[in-house]
Ligand binder design. Sequence first.
Ligand SMILES: *[C@@H]1O[C@H](CO)[C@@H](O)[C@H](O)[C@H]1NC(C)=O
Ligand SMILES: *[C@@H]1O[C@H](CO)[C@@H](O)[C@H](O)[C@H]1NC(C)=O
Ligand SMILES: *[C@@H]1O[C@H](CO)[C@@H](O)[C@H](O)[C@H]1NC(C)=O
Ligand SMILES: *[C@@H]1O[C@H](CO)[C@@H](O)[C@H](O)[C@H]1NC(C)=O
Ligand SMILES: *[C@@H]1O[C@H](CO)[C@@H](O)[C@H](O)[C@H]1NC(C)=O
Ligand SMILES: *[C@@H]1O[C@H](CO)[C@@H](O)[C@H](O)[C@H]1NC(C)=O
Length: 468
Amino acid sequence: MDKRLSVPHECRDFVHSLRMRSKYALFLAFVVVVFVFIEKENKIISRVSDKLKQIPQALEDVNGTDPALVLAENASLLSLSELDSAFSQLQSRLRNLSRQLGVEAEREEEVVPPRPAASPPRRHVLLMATTRTGSSFVGEFFNQQGNIFYLFEPLWHVERSVAFEPHGASAAGSALVYRSVLQQLFLCDLYALEPFISPLPEHHLTPFMFRRGSSRSLCEDPVCTPFVKKVFEKYHCKDRRCGPLNVTLAAEACHRKEHMALKAVRIRQLEFLQPLAEDPRLDLRVIQLVRDPRAVLASRMVAFAGKYETWKRWLSEGQDQLQEEEVQRLRNNCESIRLSAELGLRQPAWLRGRYMLVRYEDVARWPLQKAREMYRFAGIPLTPQVEDWIQKNTQAARDGSGIYSTQKNSSEQFEKWRFSIPFKLAQVVQAACGRAMHLFGYRLAQDAASLTNRSLSLLEERGTFWVT
Ligand SMILES: *[C@@H]1O[C@H](CO)[C@@H](O)[C@H](O)[C@H]1NC(C)=O
Ligand SMILES: *[C@@H]1O[C@H](CO)[C@@H](O)[C@H](O)[C@H]1NC(C)=O
Ligand SMILES: *[C@@H]1O[C@H](CO)[C@@H](O)[C@H](O)[C@H]1NC(C)=O
Ligand SMILES: *[C@@H]1O[C@H](CO)[C@@H](O)[C@H](O)[C@H]1NC(C)=O
Ligand SMILES: *[C@@H]1O[C@H](CO)[C@@H](O)[C@H](O)[C@H]1NC(C)=O
Ligand SMILES: *[C@@H]1O[C@H](CO)[C@@H](O)[C@H](O)[C@H]1NC(C)=O
């Protein structure tokens, strides 16, 4: 039996066997099967279900872009690693069950074209971030390299299908599914995403691949098939019209490219990626991108306005108390980022040479230098293509005014938030996220005047955060 078979496959078997064609089918199948086994004698599984109950409920983002997993500080790490072994048993049982039912995965033969003998080792880069940290911008550094197959936020589809379960199980459950799908995608098994795409693709064809236009690889020949009139494509390519995405063609392109990179804002715990880091087929590189939480909050309040009504009311109506649950949510977010970073910087054996921490503020000030560092870390050559893109998109000075003007220019950009939030808001973030801010070198503003005083830097200069 193929060890790579994983949750979504099992789920897919059920989807197929039940002939249910909706995104709920997948999740129902998952839940139903879990509970069938809980009903049966398996003690491990019932222990898992107890653990699941302890994990606080996932928060859903209105736009589906916020982290699905907001977990208590360390309860989560504990539960998830315990869940791991139980879950692989469950997988094995699911596999047996689907075999008994006579449903084998309905899969295309994977075409793996031979790679030239002299080609460099294939690398798999995960850009791990949270929303509003500049991850789309940094993702472009990899998207622009012609030899990298880049996917923009593919787990969006998974979140849409899995994260709406009313109780806590969804948090841990979706984390497991995320990881499993991630692994398949890195291996160019793009079919793994299909059960999560809504409506379900037919004949491996879909016009609903989230933000297809943000992946060059999905918009160039031959993945860009001739445009088909009357097919509504929700997320179309930017500069050209293509037919619906043929997942087989995309998977073939993925195999052809030398490297693979993807961006994800839904992976909350670095620890949870251990099986991927240990998978010799992947030679994984994780780049964790962080940003000053005060700036992140300022940006989220604009982008996800609906979710921050409570905060706005608190600011405008001058009530003394912000709801504790809002503060707690913020604290949890910051803490999960900090815990991941601390783990990464501690360099456990399984992660050695595979983890890099990057601050958005440094990328904003020195985009080219940071891009070089990231590529060196990933072991992928930086091409002129990427350098050009960065030059064009950061207004890096080539006109003789020198680097200084660039820096000044960028710093104006990245510090804008200081003038857009009231000190009161900064204070709340500082109190909730102090430990993360300390780790990443974000200085606290002592009063309203220093928040808006440009001569006072709120950024400690740090060297690179990574060691190989
Ligand atoms: C969390 O970790 C701290 C120390 O790291 C420990 O004292 C505390 O008991 C832990 N909490 C839980 C719920 O495991
Ligand atoms: C699955 O089936 C195989 C034989 O087909 C058996 O050896 C294995 O124990 C089964 N696994 C579980 C978890 O039942
Ligand atoms: C998708 O591409 C594959 C590979 O070229 C091809 O065999 C298949 O017919 C295409 N599917 C559709 C529905 O056009
Ligand atoms: C989020 O959704 C709201 C309304 O549904 C919309 O106005 C807003 O632009 C969306 N934000 C993003 C970043 O998509
Ligand atoms: C950056 O500098 C250029 C040239 O001095 C100027 O045209 C541009 O408006 C500046 N951008 C920002 C965001 O300040
Ligand atoms: C800003 O900070 C500098 C350095 O501490 C100080 O000299 C200056 O007076 C401050 N400016 C204002 C407007 O407070």
